[in-house]
Design a protein around this ligand. Structure first.
Ligand SMILES: NC(=O)c1ccc[n+]([C@@H]2O[C@H](COP(=O)([O-])OP(=O)(O)OC[C@H]3O[C@@H](n4cnc5c(N)ncnc54)[C@H](O)[C@@H]3O)[C@@H](O)[C@H]2O)c1
Length: 248
């Protein structure tokens, strides 16, 4: 196996593009609201979530962050975000207008929905529709009158009058009715996949999944050097580095 999905190349470079598309799409899907100065919450301060937090701050929102991993939580705190070890404390105390889920797991279910004290929009970046427990949300409340089609945004009114609006059907917002990233952006990851296929076909590969081996191949094969030459600062004869060829 050769995992580009788990590679440093994809995580380090592509996360910003995903976050940028997710934030811009989610904000477009919001009902007409003024976002500057409003509270936002990011659950999951990993590669994608950290970029989302930066982008929301640039949009002048007041950003809180929760992560189940204490190291990531400390990183978020020392990066200047409002943080709490308990997600419920942020749901109630920070009272976000919009919540981005980027954990890759189910971060909000019945308990968390019941902690909401103001109406909120939910935007997932995680694969499929697992980030928010949609059956639990539907069970808590009958769907309110929705002014827009379901796949666009769907509002559930909880007991007490809190409206919870799920954007893009709870699926990754960056994929909503569009390519997640442009062809020019996805070239890098596709080139990484071709490199992996070429390497597995032509060299003995370690058994099973070895992310470190895939990282070594991707970072030694010349792909990133080519990328830097194409998109980095203009090369001079002194700074030009000879590119490698596909090898182990
Ligand atoms: N939409 C897209 O185009 C796209 C692209 C890449 C990845 N993804 C998905 O986005 C997710 C995040 O990707 P990533 O690269 O940032 O992953 P990551 O592993 O770097 O970050 C996930 C973070 O979530 C935290 N976390 C996990 N469970 C949690 C919970 N229950 N509560 C709070 N925090 C929790 C982890 O500690 C970690 O910091 C992945 O599931 C991935 O499948 C989506």
């Amino acid at each position: 196996m050769f995992s580009v999905a788990q590679s440093r190349l994809k995580g380090r470079i592509e996360s910003y593009w995903i976050a940028e598309k997710a934030v811009s799409t989610a904000l477009e899907l919001l009902p007409a609201v003024k976002i500057e100065g409003q509270p936002a919450l990011v659950i999951g301060y990993g590669q994608v979530g950290a970029q989302i937090a930066v982008l929301l701050t640039q949009r002048r929102m007041r950003v809180a962050v929760h992560d189940a991993d204490i190291l990531h939580l400390i990183d978020a705190h020392e990066s200047g975000y409002i943080t709490a070890r308990e997600l419920g404390a942020l749901l109630t105390g920070h009272a976000p207008l919009i919540i981005f889920g980027a954990t890759g797991r189910t971060s909000m279910s019945t308990h968390e929905f019941q902690a909401l004290k103001r109406s909120v929009c939910l935007a997932s970046v995680s694969s499929r529709d697992i980030e928010f427990d949609l059956p639990a949300l539907a069970a808590l409340a009958a769907p309110a009158e929705a002014a827009t089609p379901d796949h666009f945004r769907r509002t559930h009114r909880l007991p007490g009058g809190v409206d919870v609006t799920v954007l893009a059907g709870g699926r990754p917002v960056n994929f909503h009715e569009t390519d997640s990233i442009s062809n020019l952006h996805s070239d890098l990851v596709y080139a990484g996949m071709l490199t992996g296929a070429c390497t597995i076909a032509t060299w003995p590969a370690p058994r099973g999944l070895d992310p470190a081996w895939a990282d070594t191949v991707l970072e030694d094969c010349g792909l990133l050097q080519d990328y830097y030459e194409r998109y980095g600062p203009p090369a001079t004869p002194e700074t030009r580095v000879p590119t490698g060829s596909c090898h182990r």
